[in-house]
Design a protein around this ligand. Structure first.
Ligand code: CU
Length: 215
């Protein structure tokens, strides 16, 4: 696994990929609808602080691991909202993860099966590896860690289709061009698990869905 990641890292470094927050675009489904999801969590934010004693010029002297980020109106950030049952024209959605300031940026991102671009903006060694057993070719949640910096943690959600979004600081995510139909919308969070909600998507319309994560 480490070898595979090393190769991916090399590819990312050679091509000098830019850090782009990729969002799912049109999936080719004419007359699709939009899902406007709001994910909330009534509990308190969880931030772990850790003293740093190596590479402090790049990493700082204190690392914060943001396990649960809650914003205004209980909006939960870093939740992956998806529509696993939606079928549409296949579209690859790529993503890039940067190692910057001894953090994985973004903390949570999502893509369709394929290659993940890994970037290293810190000019220090990050020994990146994952706990994935499936090489990004199958839908799964992949955990990113670093052997050099124990606090570094990130997630890459490999999704079965391009109909997904990752919630921002306000807990919202928008999924566009979803083919009309009845679906189960899923929200996944690294520590709070998964919740689902039934929705009906209508052509040319926006459907709001509110999902509350529980402890
Ligand atoms: Cu590192």
């Amino acid at each position: 696994m480490r070898k595979v990641i090393g190769t991916l890292l090399a590819i990312a470094l050679v091509t000098g990929v830019a850090l782009v927050a990729n969002r799912p675009g049109p999936a080719g489904a004419q007359g699709g609808g939009t899902i406007e999801a709001t994910v909330t969590y009534a509990g308190a934010p969880v931030v772990e602080k850790l003293k740093v004693n190596k590479d402090t010029e790049k990493c700082g002297t204190e690392a914060s691991i943001e396990k649960v980020v809650v914003g205004a109106n209980k909006g939960l950030a870093n939740a992956v909202v998806s529509v696993p049952g939606a079928k549409g024209a296949p579209k690859a959605v790529k993503t890039t993860v940067d190692q910057h300031g001894c953090k994985f940026v973004p903390h949570v991102t999502a893509m369709t099966p394929g290659e993940l671009d890994l970037k290293n903006s810190d000019d220090i060694l990050h020994n990146i590896h994952t706990y994935s057993t499936e090489k990004f070719e199958k839908p799964e949640m992949i955990k990113l860690t670093c052997d050099v910096h124990s606090w570094m943690l990130g997630w890459v959600a490999v999704m079965p289709n391009p109909f997904f979004g990752v919630t921002g600081g306000d807990g919202t995510a928008k999924i566009e061009n979803v083919p009309p139909g009845k679906y189960t919308v899923e929200a996944w969070h690294e520590t709070l698990g998964k919740q689902t909600k039934e929705v009906e998507v209508k052509a040319g319309q926006a459907t709001k869905v509110a999902i509350e994560m529980k402890k």
